[in-house]
Design a binder for this molecule. Sequence first.
Ligand SMILES: [Zn+2]
Length: 134
Amino acid sequence: MHLQYCIHEYKKVNLFHYDTELDNIYMKIRFHCSQLKADQYKYNFIPNSKCTECNKNKQETIHHYFMVCTKYIHQRKLLKQNISNMSPYFQNLSNRQLISIVEGHKNPDIDTNIYKNIYQFIKLYIATTGRFAA
Ligand SMILES: [Zn+2]
């Protein structure tokens, strides 16, 4: 049921706005049906959700991938820097704020063009981590 909904939502968004590989990957992350171990484990595709990138015995969730995994320290620093530079509102960005942005939540007081730029930075993070490389 959840997987069907997930695919449905993903296709709906995909048809109208997104066409590149990177957009697809980002959308799958947002809808929790990505190649991240926690998503794969949820649908019983793999036996456990442990991150094999850092081997710190942690679940590879969105939070782990964007905030914690020690393999992506440099990419993460750049992502936070890029987002902080977009608006004073995003300075001193907390982890909770960043995850909220990644998941597509918007502050209505912030110009949507700023979010468009931020989504580019998020996709840059996804690309430069190489985590989803084919
Ligand atoms: Zn990790």
